[in-house]
Structures are given as C-alpha cells and as structure tokens.
Design a protein around this ligand. Structure first.
Ligand code: CO
Ligand code: ZN
Length: 358
C-alpha cells in the first residue's frame, strides 16, 4: 500500500531538490514505488502506480490474465520490426497467514525467499493497512537459530474475533525509504528499483528503431510466473531483465566480484541461466562506447525473469542488467544511486540504435 507518511530528510544539493520533499526526482520515484504494498499475487497497487506514471508515453498498454503490465513503444524502423522485451518484476517477497490462534497471534508461510534471520522484531503490513510485528517462541528458539514455523505475527489483537486479519491474508515487510546520499535503502528494492529503471528508460528514450515492450511482471519471487506467460505472449526477438544481484563488498561477505557504485552489472551466469553471449556483449560494448561503468556478474544462488524469457517458445536470446544490492530479501535493501542512473543510461544507449546481435 502507498502511505502518505511525513519523512524528515537531510538537505540535499540545491539543484537536486524537488519541490515536494527535497528528494531528487528519481529518488522520490523510488521512495514512492518501494513503499507500495505488493507481495507476489498482490501487485495491483504497484501496477496502478506504474500505469499512471507511463500512460501517455507509450503506444499500447495492456494487462494480461496473470496481471503483467505490458506497454509497447513503437519503433521507427520499417515493418516487420524486431521486438525487444524489457522485464522488471512488480512483486516483493512477503508472508501469508496460515492460522490465527485464540489470542489473535498469526502463524504464517513465506511468499518467496524469506529468511527468518531478517524477521525477529521487524514489521510487516497487510493490504488493509494493519501493521504486524514478527515475534518468536522464546522457549523453542535461540538468538542464533530460529525457523519460520517457530515465529508468529502480532497485530495487536487480543483474540481471533477481534483481528481484522485472517487465513489467506498476505503482508509485505514494512520499512520506509531512507536517503543516505549516494546510497539509498528501502524494502522491496527487489525489484521496484528495476521498475524505476524501466520507467525512467521509457521517459528518456526519445526514439527507437525496434518496438520496445516494457513489461512489469508479477509473481517473479514464487517462480518467474509472470515472465513465463508475458514472454510467451509478446514473442520477443531479444529479451533483457532488469533485477537486483548480490555483492561481495561487505565485511566477511561471500566472495563475489560485485560492489556497490561500480556500475550496473551485466549478467554472465546465475543459477538459472547462461546469458546469451551476444546479448552480454551488446550491453558491454554499448557501455564501453558510451563510457558507462559496468561490472560482469556471476551469481551463484538465484535467478531472474531472464531465465523464463530465454526458454519461452523456441528460445529467445536473453540477458540481464542487474542493480548491485546489499541485504537482498531483508526489509532494508541498499543500492547505489549512481548504479541506478547508469543502468538507465546504458539501456537508453542500447535501445536508441537498431539492436542487432552479432
Ligand atoms: Co527477489
Ligand atoms: Zn528480484
């Protein structure tokens, strides 16, 4: 859900100030879109928000049966034009209520990859605006070892009848956006920051030779389901997902050659796909030409919508542009604002010319 919350911000450089809240316009967009409620299967508010942002800038906009938002920007080339599909997912991980006990405590199952280490003492928010606090069975857990089935959500109810939340209700993590300067933090950066990159690319892309489909997908976190159906429907000639990836730049992190602020990451491999080498090279060559910093990404655990797009129908050349992100799947996902802006630059540069694979 979108909240109208008053926030205090440190003063920014004068030319960065927007009238509303002192945030850079792209940071402001990131704040507004990440604070929306949208666990997998509940993307409607995010979809409404994006549709409002982009309507009037595309030639066709539709929603498919699963809820994917598909916006087409017509190219200027002769027909038949190639179809380029960009995908970013609207959903975020969350929890869903499985049981309410007589005192009103909720038991829950995860929606997507929820790690209990991120939950204790943190908050979630339901579609109706109710806030919940995650607690644990103290006798059956320790500070170092806790499983989801030994946790519960406290929504302040004293009995099951009182509670406005019942079985089947979903919640997303709740944390508000924070501006740390170059670094910005929020819940659901995965993958609303990808949605921000697509929206801004659409705004900045003056013209393209090929038809470009900006697809905002559903249910990525539970198995790339929205990308599976939307890619089948669009039938792209080339596909690029924009999503987050991990980093190796925090104390004693797993070894990974990705750091915040060193540019968007061009995917080579993750656990679900090998990027098409020509798509990888197209992005890297364009970055070099346009003097945009970039990093190559090999992600050991996890995958993106690019995997589903690559294996649709008879196969599609596919790749992924990743935003390096710390603390993925926690309520405080951190990205570098320069990486976000450079991802937009790279996509605009790539799409402004005829996209041909060599
Ligand atoms: Co994710
Ligand atoms: Zn994601």
């Amino acid at each position: 859900m979108a909240t109208a919350k008053k926030a205090i911000h440190f003063p920014l450089m004068e030319n960065e100030e927007s009238k509303s809240n002192g945030l850079h316009p792209l940071k402001d967009l990131t704040k507004r879109i990440t604070e929306i409620f949208g666990p997998s299967g509940h993307e409607q508010l995010v979809r409404d928000f994006i549709r409002d942002e982009i309507k009037g800038m595309v030639d066709e906009i539709r929603v498919d049966a699963l809820g994917n938002l598909i916006a087409r920007k017509k190219g200027t080339g002769a027909t038949p034009r190639k179809k380029i599909m960009l995908a970013a997912h609207m959903d975020e991980i969350g929890v869903i209520v499985t049981h309410v006990d007589e005192k009103g405590f909720l038991r829950f199952a995860p929606i997507g990859g929820v790690n209990p280490i991120n939950l204790n003492g943190s908050r979630c928010r339901f579609a109706n605006g109710v806030t919940g606090v995650f607690g644990r069975e103290v006798k059956n857990t320790s500070n170092t070892e806790v499983k989801l089935d030994k946790m519960f959500i406290d929504v302040g109810a004293t009995n099951a009848v009182d509670s406005t939340i019942g079985v089947g209700d979903a919640a997303g993590f709740w944390r508000d956006f924070a501006d740390l300067g170059d670094r910005i933090v929020s819940k659901a950066m995965d993958d609303r920051i990808g949605c921000v990159v697509l929206i801004e690319t659409l705004k900045q892309l003056k013209k393209s030779i090929d038809d470009v489909y900006f697809v905002f997908t559903v249910q990525e976190e539970v198995g790339l389901r929205g990308a599976t159906t939307s890619a089948f429907g669009v039938q792209p000639d080339l596909a690029i997902a924009v999503d987050v990836t991990g980093t190796g730049d925090t104390p004693e992190a797993n070894r990974m050659a990705i750091a915040l602020g060193k540019g968007p990451a061009i995917k080579v491999k993750d656990s679900g796909m090998l990027a098409h080498p020509a798509v990888k090279n197209l992005l890297a060559d364009t970055a070099k030409e346009a003097k945009i910093p970039y990093q190559f990404e090999v992600l050991v655990g996890g995958t993106t919508d690019a995997m589903a797009m690559q294996t649709t129908r008879e196969g599609v050349p596919a790749g992924c542009l990743s935003i390096p992100t710390r603390y993925i799947h926690s309520p405080s996902e951190m990205v570098d604002f320069n990486d976000v802006q450079n991802a937009v630059k790279l996509l605009v540069a790539t799409l402004s010319k005829a996209v041909r694979l060599e």
